[in-house]
Design a protein around this ligand. Sequence first.
Ligand code: UDX
Length: 437
Amino acid sequence: MTSIAVVGCGYLGAVHAACMAELGHEVVGLEVDLERVASLNDGRAPFHEPGLDDLLARGLASGRLSFTADPAAIAEVEVAFICVGTPQRRGELAADVSHVDAATATVAAHVTRAGALVVGKSTVPVGTAPRLAEELARTAPHLELAWNPEFLREGHAVDDTLEPDRLVLGVTSERAEAVLREVYATPIAGGTPVVVTDFATAELAKVAANSFLATKISFINAMAELCEAAGGDVVLLADAIGHDKRIGRSFLNAGLGFGGGCLPKDIRAFMARAGEVGADQALTFLREVDAINMRRRSRMVDLAIAGLGGSAIGRRVGVLGAAFKPHSDDIRDSPALNVAAQLQLQGADVVITDPEALDNARRLWPGLSYASTAQEACEGVDIVLLLTEWPEYVGLDPDELGTVVRRRHVLDGRNALDVRRWQAAGWDYRALGRPHV
Ligand code: UDX
């Protein structure tokens, strides 16, 4: 059992703290937001993440997990994980690392145990770890830094943390590696591969993985543009190339493209950093990846307007999905809300529904209209847009939904609906990258 602090209990930190307690460690989560501290100490995650409430309840009941705003509580820990956010800087591509700097300074000021390990998990521009290590050498020489990027996906965060695909340990000493191997002894014993690296490689591993995933999605979305122009079917094309083991079928789902708090901001920050370290040409392709991704949203708006007969003014649109992806209430850079807002701006009367993200959507986009069920959102609409592929929307009965709409016209922004079933129920079905039959 290791005594652990998790600094920053937002999405990453709350999940990490609960999972570390689940692995048998003694964990204190340090968080400045008092409401969040209270909610976590009550066993309630302040966001939707399957399985997390159960884990919090178990950790709290075991007495090995607690949350506080008081930095004095981390004085004796052996390991302090830095789990704060690195948002995109306003008006710039680059990431804002000020929270990482502040969290590291808090650890330096409050962790007194000699030899304690400070472990960065936040996604940072390459070069941050050596800078922080220098800082610690000056301000808190009794502490050592390691970098251990996090690859969790929203909606699967608990499993991704308890049984990760791999662990990347960026270390500068054998002792630091040994401490981290001890912390992750359970997944390592279960077969999780470990890649031990220098700081730069560990920092790069995270943004490289996200850039690759974003590129894969934009690649298939570029093929969707080709399919639309040449009459092909991108879903069959993805199957046809995805069976090649070297390519693989996952992350080849064409549609509205990627959003969320990671992929878009990470590829932009990575491009910005490449320029700063003198490798500006290496990542110019990511500009194209970003552009293809954003084009999908405007293509969806164009298709919707075409489906409404050329103008959105005064027409009713039912939108299924607000979250940037299913099983999440996260609406950061949500393609669904972006499309909904664009249609509203063009004069449509848009009603949005989502099983989990409505509260967040209402807060950020109070000017849009919301309904709590698909049926309500689609009441009397001229067109239905599936923008987030929640299972409850994918499984909707097209006959039943057909009874509430004004016109049976559906636009599948995620290539998730059963085309034949919807067509058999008399719906005019259109999707991105598929022929209109
Ligand atoms: C991502 C990475 O997967 C994760 O490893 C990293 O730690 C954080 O960023 P996340 O943002 O939670 O995780 O979502 P992910 O499942 O990767 O999906 C990202 C976006 O891509 C979503 O908007 C999703 O709808 C979209 N997507 C995904 C596609 O459009 N097509 C696909 O085939 C897969």
